[in-house]
Design a protein around this ligand. Structure first.
Ligand code: CBF
Length: 825
């Protein structure tokens, strides 16, 4: 029996007719409308309610089983969960998609239009948040007891619009029309203290104790988002905390005439979960952000302890055997001193015993080496917001430096100051990276090369101190969302060819290699790619009003906008191609459409300038009749998960062109390759492992390696050498200073040129330009060989098994969490 069929059995095998009746029932009795007057939103709500009947049933079964068996669980602490939409995902994972589709067709509703009614749950910036979403999908699919913990932001990542090519940020109100996939749990509200002062006093036994007198208490209200595993057997939970004021309204102040003051505390407390910080790999450095971090960690730890105590009362001896906490980057690192506070101050535990529990409980994933993203908080701020935690951090640090560091490097103050949690200087800072390493059981990077650099460049002394602490877990993506659901035609072809078990065992796709040279299969595979491209042309037209030809090469770069990701290198090459075409309009060239999707952090000026430059170049190129439509450039606004789901299946080429050593892993590279796009990329992050898996002949690698980047920087990199040494580079850079792309406004794009020259080109775009340009020629030559291209595309799909998030989770289970699966009845 196939997995999908098994699932339908498991959930009671519902027929399309029954599903239809359920939708109509919810339309009437849950939403108070009927089939004649229901709005699109009402239809979507009613369909979701019909679906949720299965979801909630499995959710309560899962919780009951985990409680009865008192299972060890992993708690994934993350400031970001980029969930996207859930209707299609949950239907697929429950094996109900086809049933729902038929039911809706009978009601004259197209399921694909219906799911467009759902706003993306965009509670994350990019890779890190989306990874968290893939991981909780895998955890549920693999029937592992797990809870995701995060913040219930009222506004997710901003909605991006373009105005005359400039990025404009608009608020993202994802819950404006309600959201059927979350349940408020007022019974599990937590009170969280902040601010105030610490009193040192003697307790009744004459022992010195610390008492924190908080300046404010914030209420944390949990919202549960069910996480439906594939096959629907396990439904875990993503618990997101919303902040509320404890005293909803201060009547005393109000009665004495201060209306605004009466609301003040209310507003301040609720601000905490108002917005997601829209920065990715840049330091936020804001008081509110620190409070956000503490707020969700403190709520989550209280929640975990409440659950633990139900089975173990005040016996803490099993805590770390039952509870694993994974810190998704340093953002939740404050959980370490918070658990110490609970154990030492509240549970009156001896320090050493508490520290042992802490270190056994936490593990930390590092997602970046960029220094600006390694969080530091000023001691002053800490003292104000979390005075007791600062004291605890000092004590953790003192003991660590005096015992562990001094034992290894006696009297070496230089090492001590490097490993200290406190950075001395004009402004004393708390280093959250050091705290995370010191307080964790395991530390992992997210791709082989990245983990090696974490050890050699970021934390070499910590690695010397605790070699066993450092490990690697290469990232992965869920094939359920990123192939089965987003590329249904290809999924069906795969089902027909290798069977339908691959969504839970992606290695099965390896069997597709037998078909890589089969002309019939190649045609079927490439016909699907073409159809997906046709579908994307419609989206492009709708969003940008640009017509593109689906027989052109669709070359896609989708990711946050950052200099290290080098969208501007892509732009330089586009401008060079355009210039070559202008010089030689009959140049032999396969028509190419360069497609971008990216949001820039609102405060990141150069990133916004790059968006503007790409849009301006696009305007010019797309309307230049001299080049006969051979080149098109489009920047799709408001890149997000649901848009990625439409772009990825249509990609021929995947741009993964970061400076070697800068992209920790990347996960877009995995999704694109899985859907048969050929990677043009540097030897960076997971690109290296992708090339190893799919074969060097099925990717195009260019550019400096990590070691070459280091050597060039060491020797002294001078971008002017490339400017004067390469006529094409010079011409293209000089173009930025003219008004060619910004008629009547010369200099509007000069900041890009300046970043390459006066700015020192920190990400070595000019050094890699020639090699990139050669790589692009190789792409074109490969594409001209239709059979060769189809073969490579098929082999990409076939050999991506390693990059399945189930494999990543299995690695976490084996190397870090030591978790057991649990079958839910
Ligand atoms: O590990 C997940 C992703 O995290 C980042 O997005 C991050 O926020 N640090 C990295 O930039 C990606 O390389 C990585 O894939």
């Amino acid at each position: 029996m196939t997995k999908a069929k098994e699932t339908e059995m498991a959930i009671g095998k519902i027929t399309p007719k029954q599903f239809k009746e359920s939708i109509i029932k919810h339309l009437n009795s849950t939403f108070g409308t009927d089939i004649n007057k229901a709005s699109k939103k009402a239809w979507w709500n009613a369909t979701s309610a019909a679906l949720n009947e299965f979801v909630y049933d499995r959710l309560s079964q899962t919780q009951k089983t985990h409680f009865e068996k008192d299972t060890r669980a992993v708690h994934y602490f993350s400031l970001e969960f980029l969930m996207g939409r859930l209707t299609g995902n949950n239907l697929h994972n429950l094996g109900l998609f086809e049933t729902a589709k038929k039911a809706l067709t009978e009601l004259d509703i197209d399921i694909n239009t219906l799911v467009d009614e759902e706003e993306d749950m965009a509670l994350g910036n990019g890779g890190l948040g989306r990874l968290a979403a893939c991981f909780i999908d895998s955890l549920a699919t693999m029937e592992l007891p797990a809870i995701g913990y995060g913040i219930h932001y009222e506004h997710g990542l901003f909605r991006q619009e373009f105005k005359d090519g400039h990025q404009i940020e608009r608020p993202d109100s994802w819950r404006e029309y309600g959201n059927p996939f979350e349940i408020r749990r007022p019974e599990s509200i937590q009170d969280i203290p902040v601010y105030g002062y610490v009193e040192t006093k003697f307790n009744d036994a004459g022992k010195v104790v610390k008492e924190w007198h908080p300046g404010r208490i914030i209420k944390g209200v949990p919202w549960d988002v069910p996480v439906v595993g594939y096959s629907g057997k396990t439904v875990n939970v993503l618990r997101l905390w919303e902040s509320r004021a404890t005293n909803f309204f201060n009547w005393d102040v109000f009665n004495s005439g201060g209306y605004h003051d009466a609301h003040k505390e209310n507003v301040e407390s609720e601000t905490i979960s108002k917005v997601l910080y829209p920065n990715d790999e840049t330091d936020a450095g804001k008081e509110l952000r620190l409070i956000q971090q503490y707020f969700f960690c403190a709520c989550s730890l209280k929640d975990i302890i409440r659950r633990y105590k139900r089975a173990h009362a005040d016996d803490w001896s099993n805590f770390s055997a039952q509870v694993a906490v994974q810190l998704n980057d340093t953002h939740p690192a404050i959980a370490i001193p918070e658990l110490m506070r609970i154990l030492v101050d509240r549970a009156d535990m001896d320090w050493d015993q508490a520290w042992k529990i802490c270190r056994e409980t936490f593990s930390y994933t590092n997602h970046t080496l960029l220094p600006e993203a390694l969080e530091k908080w000023s001691v002053r701020l800490f003292e104000k917001v979390l005075p007791r935690h600062l004291e605890i951090i000092y004590e953790i640090n003192r003991r660590f430096l005096e015992s562990e560091v001094d034992a290894k490097w006696p009297g070496d103050n230089a090492i001590k100051s490097k490993l200290s949690i406190i950075e001395e200087g004009h402004e004393r800072m708390v280093r959250m990276g050091n705290l995370s390493v010191i307080g964790s059981n395991k530390v992992n990077g997210v791709a082989e090369v990245h983990s090696a650099l974490v050890k050699s460049d970021l934390f070499p002394e910590f690695n010397a101190l605790w070699t066993d602490k450092f490990t690697n877990v290469t990232n992965g993506v869920t094939p359920r969302r990123w192939l089965k659901a987003c590329n249904p035609a290809l999924s069906k072809l795969i089902d027909k060819t290798v069977g339908d078990q691959w969504p839970t065992n992606q290695e099965i796709l390896r069997d597709l290699d037998k078909k890589a040279d089969d002309a019939k299969f190649q045609k079927a595979y490439m016909d699907i790619k073409h159809e997906n491209k046709v579908a994307l042309t419609k989206v492009i037209k709708e969003l940008t009003d640009v017509d593109v030809d689906p027989s052109a090469i669709f070359d896609i770069q989708i990711k946050r906008l950052h200099e290290y990701k080098r969208q501007h290198l892509n732009l330089l090459h586009i401008m060079a191609l355009y210039r070559r075409l202008l010089q030689n309009p009959t140049m032999d060239m396969v028509p190419r459409v360069f497609i971008f999707g990216a949001k820039a952090a609102p405060g990141y000026k150069l990133a916004k300038d790059i968006i503007y430059a790409i849009n301006k170049v696009a305007d010019k190129v797309n309307n230049d009749e001299r080049i006969g439509g051979k080149l098109k450039v489009v920047f799709l606004p408001n890149y997000r998960v649901s848009l990625a789901e439409k772009m990825i299946p249509a990609a021929d080429v995947s741009e993964q062109i970061s400076t070697a050593g800068k992209e920790a892993s990347g996960t877009g590279n995995m999704k694109l390759a899985l859907n048969g796009a050929i990677t043009i990329g540097t030897l960076d992050g997971a690109n290296i492992e992708i090339a190893e898996e799919v074969g060097e002949e099925n990717v195009v690698i260019f550019g400096l390696t990590v070691d070459e980047v280091k050597a060039l920087k060491k020797q002294g990199y001078n971008p002017w050498d490339y400017y004067y040494g390469n006529e094409e580079i010079k011409a293209v850079l000089d173009w930025f200073d003219t008004d060619y792309f910004t008629p009547g406004k010369p200099g509007e794009l000069s900041s890009i040129k300046n970043s390459f020259l006066d700015g020192g080109d920190p990400y070595l775009c000019l050094a890699d330009f020639e090699s990139y340009s050669e790589g692009q020629k190789e792409i074109e030559a490969k594409y001209k060989d239709k059979k060769g291209w189809a073969r490579s595309a098929i082999l990409n799909t076939a050999y991506m098994g390693k990059f399945n998030s189930d494999r990543s989770i299995q690695d976490y289970v084996d190397r870090i969490w030591k978790l057991k699966s649990c079958t839910v009845k």
